[in-house]
Design a protein around this ligand. Structure first.
Ligand SMILES: Nc1nc2c(ncn2[C@@H]2O[C@H](COP(=O)(O)OP(=O)(O)OP(=O)(O)O)[C@@H](O)[C@H]2O)c(=O)[nH]1
Ligand SMILES: [K+]
Ligand SMILES: [Mg+2]
Length: 449
């Protein structure tokens, strides 16, 4: 028989209320041991929780019982909403450990059981993890949508269409000798397959948006030592995160803050000033700065009056630049000197800032917010949110592309490509062989979920 698992599902104690959750075949026994009865399902009742060994009252709690399979995990589930005192929670967990067939849950194990019993597909599981991790409004929206099944439904719909197409093609093989089957069924199928290929390609192209929203945009501050990068980070974050001194080479490690810009998540990264001659520690800092720059969605080049442009920075910055990443020039210390006339060609974005003036970084904040909303366009259609989705979507799109374009191949081979395309989608939702992926996906969860 499977174990009954239990865990503290609410946050750190002490807290006003703590929720201890149980799931498994012995939940009814546990309730009988603790409160003397199994309460009616889905109705909360106030009960005294007693240690079954001594009869000692541990706490008073609201007790909820969900009879399987109509529960989160599909098993019998109970929730004990007790007071969130350390001793209360510790004692309850200890008592539960002592009960026959009970053990503490592993991270993500409740959700794993829900998945194993078909209560959720993998995209819903991932959506749930994202709801728990969401830090901004746009992230929350996307996660709730995915948890509600929008993405899984989209993929399942496509998969069903592919299965249907394949059935049509194969039916035609079976009836190929018979006169009364119209020869154009397969032609229609290949046309539908072509349309679906376009839909999937379109979805794939937008997938970066969903991934960016999930993980946050990476905006990296770079520039020569003393350009004012750390001061900018502090001003944008509204708190003293980084050390600022007049000494060139103050920042060595990479520092980051999470900003919520109009609901969009932005990770702002401060880095060591770039220069050719540097000591050992600083050189390592510069290497790390270059690594972060290479992974950036946007680089803010900090330039004080008289300082070098990105192009003038030479070998320390040159290798960091990529075709597809924007670099903005952020003029710093604008309170000190009148800035040179700005480049009006429109090819490079230039923004004036000062950390010594009220509202001196406001234009930069606004520009960043605009950039984030452009990079992450959250429309009505659900977006792929993980590299994993993109990987299998690409497999699907490739197989479908072959099925559609290789019209000189025998129908059997083209039908096989349709099967592979459908299977790739099934791997995203977890409908087919994803055993190797499950540990990775559930590992991200906290205990109690
Ligand atoms: N007047 C004025 N001084 C500034 C401004 N921003 C930064 N400074 C000063 O410039 C100096 C360097 O600032 P930092 O923020 O440490 O510069 P950094 O680019 O992080 O320097 P490193 O970490 O050493 O590469 C400090 O003395 C700051 O007080 C500004 O907007 N106006
Ligand atoms: K400095
Ligand atoms: Mg610094």
């Amino acid at each position: 028989m499977v174990d009954t698992i239990f865990a503290l599902s609410s946050g750190a104690v002490p807290s006003g209320v703590a929720v201890i959750r149980l799931s498994g075949p012995h939940v009814r026994e546990a309730l009988t041991a603790l409160i003397g009865i199994v309460p009616a399902p889905r109705q909360s009742s106030l009960r005294k929780l007693k240690d079954p060994a001594s009869g000692d009252v541990i706490d008073e709690a609201l007790v909820l019982f969900f009879a399987g399979p109509a529960s989160f995990t599909g098993e019998d589930v109970a929730e004990l909403q007790c007071h969130g005192g350390r001793a209360v929670v510790a004692r309850l967990l200890e008592v539960l450990s002592g009960l026959e067939g009970h053990r503490p849950a592993e991270p993500g194990e409740f959700t794993r059981r829900a998945f194993d019993r078909g209560r959720m597909d993998l995209t819903e599981v991932e959506g749930l993890a994202d709801v728990i991790a969401a830090e901004t409004e746009a992230q929350r929206k996307q996660a709730v949508r995915q948890m509600g099944g929008a993405l899984g439904k989209l993929y399942e719909g496509w998969r069903k269409r592919l299965i249907h197409m394949r059935a049509m093609v194969e039916a035609e093989f079976d009836f190929a000798d018979e006169e009364d089957v119209p020869g154009s069924v397969a032609d229609q199928v290949w046309q539908q397959a072509g349309e679906l290929a376009c839909d999937i390609q379109d979805h794939l192209e937008k997938s970066r948006s969903g991934e960016r929203l999930r993980s946050g945009l990476q905006v990296v501050l770079m520039g020569p030592p003393n350009a004012g990068k750390s001061s900018l980070l502090n001003s944008l974050a509204g708190r003293e995160v980084a050390i600022v001194t007049e000494e060139a080479g103050t920042t060595r490690d990479v520092l980051e803050v999470h900003l919520d810009l109009g609901g969009y998540p932005v990770t702002l990264v401060d880095t060591a000033g770039l220069r050719e001659e540097a000591g050992r520690v600083e050189r390592e800092g510069i290497r790390r700065a270059q690594d972060r720059g290479r992974a950036a969605d946007l680089i803010l080049w900090a330039r004080e009056p008289g300082g070098p442009s990105p192009e003038q920075a030479g070998d320390v910055f040159g290798p960091v630049m990529r075709e597809d990443v924007s670099v903005w020039t952020v003029w710093t210390k604008a309170d000190l000197e009148t800035l040179p006339k700005q480049d009006s060609s429109g090819t490079i974005k230039e923004i004036r800032t000062s950390c010594e003036e009220d509202g001196g970084v406001q234009p930069l904040l606004e520009a960043l917010t605009g950039f984030a909303s452009e990079m992450i366009s959250l429309g009505e259609a659900p977006l792929a949110t993980r590299q994993r989705h993109r990987h299998f979507l690409k497999d699907c799109s490739d197989a479908l592309g072959r099925a559609v374009t290789l019209s000189h191949l025998p129908g059997e081979l083209r039908a096989e490509e349709l099967r592979q395309a459908a299977d790739a989608l099934g791997r995203i939702t977890g409908r087919i062989d994803v055993e190797d992926l499950l540990d990775v996906i559930f590992r991200d969860f906290c205990i109690g979920k």
